[in-house]
Ligand binder design. Sequence first.
Ligand code: HH2
Length: 292
Amino acid sequence: MGSCEGANRALVLITGVVSPPFTVMGVLNVTPDSFSDGGRYLDAEAAVARGLTLAADGAEILDVGGESTRPGAEPVSAQEELGRVIPVIEALFSSGGEFTLSVDTTKRAVAEAALGAGARIVNDVSALRFDPDMAALVAERGAECCLMHMLGEPRTMQEQPRYEDVVSDVKAFLEERLAFAVGEGVAEERVWLDPGIGFGKTVEHNLELLRRLDEIVALGRPVVLGTSRKSFLGKLAGGRAEGERLPGTIATNVLALERGATVFRVHDVAEVADALAVAAATVGPQMAGGSQ
Ligand code: HH2
């Protein structure tokens, strides 16, 4: 987010002051071990270049992460995470680009430094559960905040995940985390919700969440969706590797758009943004317009 204008535009889009059909959030993983792009952008210069490309491709938000949350991932220290993401956020912020910066972290220390370096959004895949001081930071700073559902923690979440009814359980979890955030002083209109595709879910759980996404949308907050390149897409398409899952990514994002999701977290920004623009125009004039 180099210019305030860019930042305001994305925030206005998401907080619903105007109602656009979608916002694309580009994934920028500054990690050695992320499941699809680990090691590619560990060098700060390469990460910044990638961020600028994602923005040029149509990402209004750049989501910068320094810790992989892939199944089985080991946690990294705050110091390590800070060293990965802060130089990248600082450089992207000072680039003057028209995008809003988001930090993908569960740690207050990392979120605090990122907000200080120009980020405006905290994307917390633990939904404020892992760090007891995170909610207060988000409240104090008036940051936008994405609360995502995950069963347990990344190291163990894919060990036989079980639900009574996955959609009702995820919905109840998000409702509880939203109430918690508001109770801690976070403004409700700053909160976005995410069903956490792939975070402690079987293929069938992911599909059920996508089929009944409208039930999550009914909570009344912007819904973020992250299916990009995830393993269930590979399994459903005959065992495709990470780099071959763009068609599945597009299919799920387009369907989610129709079911009311508004923020799409993806690696392949240009392709998904095009697909969403066409889908939005097809659904109807109230959805046409795209993210740019
Ligand atoms: N998925 C990942 C990471 N962060 N945040 C939100 N809100 N929603 C998601 O679905 C989501 C997320 C996992 O994807 P990725 O960042 O590509 O991989 P890794 O965690 O291995 O870095």
